[in-house]
Write a protein that binds this ligand. Structure first.
Ligand SMILES: Cc1cc2nc3c(=O)[nH]c(=O)nc-3n(C[C@H](O)[C@H](O)[C@H](O)COP(=O)(O)OP(=O)(O)OC[C@H]3O[C@@H](n4cnc5c(N)ncnc54)[C@H](O)[C@@H]3O)c2cc1C
Length: 405
């Protein structure tokens, strides 16, 4: 069975020659074996929320959306099926008393897809979602079912936690979680200079903090989240900073609720996005340059906003927060407006400051550009050649991304 595929934002469209929706691991295994024998390519797809061509193939597209849900839990860990969408997963985990440490801005993605690209939220103390993955089961390019954990094939763990879908089809993951908890979300507006002046303080006094900058008004919207039970420290408003008496702006009370309902937001207006992860110490200079360029060159064409978030360092080989505390800058553009000239100009700035691209968003880098940015690049490629020796998952787009010229 085949049908056209269009990603969420609409900028990636193609028709694979086949489309598979297995219901169990044995079907996945048979599919991989069949594709391998035919010399074709296979791409796993989650919810289609990436806009880089990670899933594009003229071979077979495989979706695990029929392989979803929580399998079991042990203490603060749960094993879940790869096709689970974050939204249903959040509710399912909540029902068994658990919650993820952090989430990104939306919950439409699948857990395997989100972790395959290093999807992240914000917060100095939180790595991207892949850091919450402690075990992975995948069907490799040879059709083998492989368990990777601290005790089994552990040398592959830093590769499979964030794998771009090139090491195998991930059928299940074990997540390190927390007992469920509620968060208190606040948002307020402030001039950009104020936000930049107070950024370090805001980041350190809130569990999660990010801000949007709106180029047309030059204003920011600050968003903070803290545990409603006070366990993550005092939120801004309770930290002795009364608005106006010391120049702080009044946070608007927004909502209190479980993580899976307070962190993700609904996004109905399609947009394109480029996001780069910068070493945090480079953020002030990089943001100043981004702001100057947007105001000088793109103000009239930029339809939307710029988002700034923080991510803790990790040790996952292809993570864009590998080895360094990270600040991410994302430029969003309404999908109906042109984006390429604007994004390419921003990419040039991000690269000057040592940025690494978000794997699932727009960028124009290939393996030669990427290799110097990832200290364990070669280790990942060795793992890829080991788990997929015949290139079952290696489409031309992936070859450009992962194999130097
Ligand atoms: C509206 C919107 C909001 C977003 N918000 C954020 C955000 O807050 N933070 C952030 O970091 N990113 C964000 N993103 C980016 C998004 O999280 C990533 O692109 C993510 O990878 C999409 O997940 P998906 O399930 O749609 O996977 P897809 O886009 O379908 O696939 C992504 C990758 O996962 C692989 N994959 C999927 N399933 C499997 C599997 N079972 N086994 C092996 N590999 C698999 C695919 O091959 C591909 O390489 C956002 C995107 C959109 C459109």
């Amino acid at each position: 069975m085949s049908r056209p595929f269009v990603n969420w934002s609409g900028s990636l469209a193609f028709t694979p020659s086949g489309y598979a929706e297995p219901t169990d691991e044995e079907e996945v295994r048979k599919l991989v074996t069949r594709v391998r024998e035919s010399g074709d390519t296979l791409r796993p797809v989650g919810s289609g929320h990436s806009s880089s061509p990670l899933v594009r193939t003229d071979g077979t597209l495989v979706s695990l959306h029929r392989m979803a849900g929580v399998i079991d839990k042990a203490g603060d860990r749960a094993t879940v099926r790869g096709g689970s969408r974050l939204k249903e997963l959040g509710a399912g985990l909540y029902d068994v008393g658990l919650a993820m440490d952090n989430l990104g801005d939306v919950d439409y993605q699948s857990i395997a897809g989100a972790t395959a690209t290093g999807t992240h939220g914000t917060g100095l103390g939180f790595g991207n979602l892949s850091t919450q993955v402690s075990e992975v089961r995948l069907v490799t390019g040879t059709g083998e079912v492989l368990d990777v954990s601290a005790t089994s094939n552990s040398e592959l763990l830093p590769a499979v936690r964030l794998s771009l879908g090139v090491l195998g089809v991930v059928t299940q993951l074990t997540l390190d979680l927390q007992p469920r908890y509620d968060l208190h979300r606040r948002a307020w507006c402030a001039p950009v200079e104020w936000t930049l002046d107070h950024l370090a303080d805001l980041q350190h006094t809130n569990r999660n903090m990010d801000f949007y900058w709106y180029p047309r008004s030059d204003l920011t919207q600050i968003r903070t989240m803290n545990r409603a039970d006070g366990a993550s420290g005092p939120p801004v408003a309770a930290a002795g900073r009364t608005p106006k008496s010391d120049g702080w702006y009044e946070p608007r009370e927004l909502e209190v609720g479980p993580t899976h309902r307070t962190i993700p937001q609904d996004r109905e207006l399609p947009f394109e996005e480029i996001e780069y992860m910068l070493p945090s110490e480079a953020f002030p200079a990089c943001f100043a340059e981004v702001r100057r360029r947007i105001l000088d060159r793109h103000r009239r064409t930029v339809g939307w906003r710029v988002l700034v978030r923080s991510i803790a360092a990790d040790d996952i080989w292809l993570s864009n927060a590998y080895g360094r505390p990270t600040t991410a800058i994302a430029c969003l553009q309404n999908a109906a407006l042109p984006y390429e000239e604007y994004f390419r100009d921003m990419e040039a700035v991000f690269r000057q400051y040592g940025g690494r691209p978000h794997w699932g968003k727009k960028h124009w880098l290939s393996a030669d550009d990427l290799r110097p940015l990832f200290p364990r690049w070669d280790a990942f490629q060795a793992a890829r050649r080991r788990l997929d020796p015949d290139g079952v998952f290696l489409t031309p787009d992936l070859a450009r991304l992962l194999e130097e010229a």
